[in-house]
Structure formats: C-alpha cells, structure tokens
Write a protein that binds this ligand. Structure first.
Ligand code: FUB
Length: 493
C-alpha cells in the first residue's frame, strides 16, 4: 500500500461507520505469547456480528515509570478495506516480553466525534504516546482524518487524548494546532525537557517543538527533516549516547514490502545522515516500528502480515537488536532458525530440498493460509509436505502469497544460476525468489504440468550480507520439489 494513493473513496469513507457494543471480555487480560503478538486476543469484526483475532500494527513502544513496557498500536479491523476501517486503539504491556496484557480499547473514532466534534469513521492510524511530567498526564497522539477533501485528499489531524493513566480513561482534548496535515505522529522528549512532534507520510517528514505549556499546539512552524534517504512514513526518534536517531519506513517497491532505515543527527530536528537499513521487508506493503531499550536489551517492534496473509491485517512483532558501541544499529535478525543447516553458499553447486525451509512455521518460515470467508480461520497448520514416489519429499499446493524461507550463509559472494524443480496445477501460476526480502528474480511463470519441470531463474547475486532466500508464490497453485544452485561463472563447481 502506498499511503498517498488516497485518491480513493471520498464517498465510501463515510459509509462504513461501525462501533461495536462493549466487549464482554474482562480487561485487562494477560496471555503468554510470542511473535506475531496479540492475535491470541479477540477483536469484534467490522460488522460486530462475530469476533476474530486482534490484528495490530504500527507499534510505539515506551517504558513508563511503573517499569512496564507499553505498546500503543493501531488496530486493523477485519475484514479490512485497505486501511480505512482501522479504529478502536488498544494498549498492551509486559514486564517480561513473554506475558502480554491487553488493557482493552482506549479510544475510537466515535469518541473523537462525541468528545471533540470532528473526524470521520475509521481512519485511526499509527499513534504514539508521551508522558507530561508537568501535568502528570499521558498524552495519546493519533493521526485521524477530519474530513475527506475533494478529489481524493484527506484533511489529516494529529488528535490528542489525555489520561492520568497509561492504559485507560483517555479523553480527547483536541488536535495539534499548527501540525502539518500528515500521518504517523511521533513525540520525543529531550533530556532538557523540550518536547518535539514529528509526523510524515508519502515522502514528507516534518518536525517541530511542541508548546511546553500546551501539548496541543506547536511552538513553531514544522521544519522539513533534511537528509533522510527515501523517506516514506513511520517516523520514530531515539536518543542514544547523545546522538539523535530517526528511523522510518522507506519506499522499497515490490511484493515483499518496504524496509525500515535509520538516520542520525546531532540535533533533534536534523539535518540527518542516513545509516542504512535495519529491518528487511516483512512481506507486507507497510513497515512501521519503534526502537526501545528494556531491562538492558534493545528491541525493534514492527509489524508483519504473516499471521493473516493479508497486507491490511497486520500483527505486531518484536525482535532484539544489537547496537554497537559506535552507535551502529544492526539489521534485525528476524529470519529464523534453519530446519537443517543454513544454505551454504561457498562457490560449489548445491541442491536445497524445498521441505527444508526454516523452523518457525509462523513468523519466520513456511507460511500457509486460506481465506475461504471471513468467518473461517485464516490459516491452517498443514505443512504441505508430501512424499515423492521415488523417495524424498516435496511441498504441495503452495498458493498465492504463501512462502518459504531458507537461511543462507555466504562464504564466497557471487552470482548463482538457480533452477526450480517445480510444477503448477493452476494456470497463471507465478513465483519469485527474494534475497533478504527483496525480489531478486522478478515474477516467473510456472507452467501447468503433471510432471516435474526445471524452471530456470535469472542469475541471482549473493553477497556476504545475504541472510535468507524466500520463495514467494504470487499467484496460482504450485508444488516445489527442490532448487539447484550453480555458480554462474562455472568456477569451483
Ligand atoms: O497503519 C496505517 C498506516 O500504515 C500507518 O499510519 C503507516 O505508518 C502504515 O503502517
């Protein structure tokens, strides 16, 4: 999804109001869970006639004085309609990164209308929260559309709700006057107590001081953030060892999704110096995250659509991240554990059996799902591995958007010719191979056949940072037996 394709639906926007009656769940509710988080909690569906998993995105992570780590996330409502039904923010917290508490809904678009008289239904996007020590309130900042504009624009505001508590009783208290009409607010409080508001999307990122005595007002005109490379959206600010860090999603194209990058500066308002990618594409069209230190460990929070298989039904995830002594943030190692060994790329020809995809099944590796209708479970645990008559196994019936991941270790960088042993059972079946979540081959058509076929891919380049291969089925139904990799310069075979 490219966010400034807002050209859609000015009329449709207002016709999908949905406020569900209060849930019978007793909040807070705590469950032990791993990535992807929060799908183990319940959420009413859009029409409120049933419940489904709680889908969350855009996590803003904060550690407050009570020692808990809190996640302020947006809420993808099922069945989705792009991002226009997003609504009903929940707050989550933990003390051990294993047991997670859902504190329940804290705010919805109806509350904004009722309490402050503005806004349309849905369109409650990526929020943030900050604590104001002066008035001892938590301030929840949320991007919300005031009204659709003619010819597809949107009048975005940065709404503000406040509460004495981090997880409940938020009341809308207006919106930030003077803020640019952009999405994804992020609030940063510097060591000297000065508060900054950033927001941005569709290539523009702005930042400005907030009025210290009124957090619903900017103290100055927003400044464009200079020096960022390929900024898309999702600004997040940290201060680490005296340097300012701005992380954000880039515009990386293609089916695998965009990435998170970061930049540093000596000043909270830039100019910024880009330092590269910290999160490879997660297979959904958006990337949005936050970086936080908790109990001596740094983490990156982000979202994927791995659980649902649908780009607009996302789930928050987190992984530890290493920050070097010199301040470099390393790439988040979220590609999982190999089933056997990592694929060893050392200049020799090799065969990778399709069924040897990484362990994990959910977050990192083989992913299989179905979308029969909105009332049915969205995924099945069938691994799809079937025996071959002459021995060995293959992976059967891989459908559009399903994928398998293979960790790699590159000892000798170079180009490889890759041949898939594959067949399709439905016309228009297509696949691509990605390296580090980036499409490396383009879309490859797979012919319908009863027999196994050898389908050659364009040569793929591996460097020492190539950490995993994904086989991503784009369309149709495909079986894969294995793939064969041969160095393209014919040396060392
Ligand atoms: O979740 C809705 C929008 O998608 C967010 O505001 C963006 O950052 C992207 O994640």
């Amino acid at each position: 999804m490219r966010l400034l394709t807002f050209l859609l639906i000015a009329t449709a926007i207002t016709s999908h109001a949905e406020t569900c009656p209060a849930s019978d769940t007793e909040y807070p509710v705590t469950k032990k869970m791993g990535n992807p988080l929060f799908v183990q909690f319940k959420s009413p569906m859009f029409e409120c006639d049933s419940t489904g998993p709680l889908y969350t995105a855009d996590p803003s992570a904060h550690v407050w004085d009570d020692g808990r780590l809190y996640i302020y996330a947006s809420h993808d409502i099922e069945p989705p309609w792009g991002c226009d039904r997003m609504d009903r923010y929940h707050v989550f917290s933990t003390t051990d990164m294993v047991n997670w508490t859902d504190h329940g809904e804290i705010l919805n678009s109806n509350d904004v209308k009722e309490q402050d008289g503005w806004g349309i239904d849905g369109w409650m996007w990526a929020p943030d929260c900050a604590y104001n020590p002066k008035d001892k309130n938590y301030y929840f900042f949320f991007p919300h559309v005031n009204e659709p504009l003619p010819w597809g624009g949107h009048d975005w505001r940065v709404g503000v709700a406040k509460s004495k508590y981090p997880d409940k009783d938020f009341k809308v208290t207006g919106y930030v006057k003077g803020a640019a009409s952009l999405i994804d607010p992020c609030v940063f409080i510097d060591d000297d107590g000065q508060v900054y508001l950033y927001n941005g999307g569709g290539g523009q990122c702005k930042g400005a001081r907030l009025d210290p005595d009124d957090w619903t007002r900017l103290a100055e005109e927003p400044h464009p953030m200079e020096g960022l490379v390929d900024f898309h959206e999702g600004t997040w600010i940290n201060k680490i060892n005296g340097k300012y860090y701005l992380s954000h999603a880039d515009n990386h194209p293609g089916a695998d999704g965009n990435r998170m990058r970061y930049a540093i500066s000596d000043s909270p308002l830039g100019p910024w110096v880009d330092k590269g990618v910290i999160l490879y594409p997660t297979g959904c069209g958006t990337s949005h995250g936050s970086i936080v230190e908790y109990k001596g460990q740094w983490y990156v929070f982000y979202h994927t659509s791995n659980y649902s298989g649908r780009g607009e039904l996302r789930s928050v995830c987190f992984d530890p991240v290493r920050i070097d002594k010199d301040g470099t943030i390393n790439v988040v190692e979220n590609w999982g554990k190999p089933f056997k060994n990592a694929v060893r790329i050392d200049g020799k020809a090799l065969i990778v059996e399709a069924e040897d995809y990484n362990r994990g099944g959910e977050h990192y590796a083989f992913h299989k799902f179905e979308i029969p209708d909105k009332k049915t479970k969205y995924r099945r645990d069938d691994t799809g591995i079937r025996p071959l008559n002459h021995g060995g196994h293959y992976v059967a019936g891989i459908k559009g958007k399903e994928w398998m991941r293979y960790s790699t270790e590159v000892f000798l960088p170079g180009k490889y010719n890759i041949t898939l042993v594959i067949r399709a059972s439905s016309p228009d079946s297509k696949i691509h191979l990605s390296v580090n979540g980036i499409d490396a081959t383009g879309s490859i058509s797979v012919p319908v056949s009863d027999r196994w076929l050898s389908v050659s891919l364009p040569a793929v380049d591996f460097d020492t940072d190539s950490r995993y291969i994904d086989l991503r089925v784009e369309n149709g139904t495909i079986d894969i037996d294995r793939f064969i990799m041969v160095p393209s310069d014919n040396k060392n075979k």
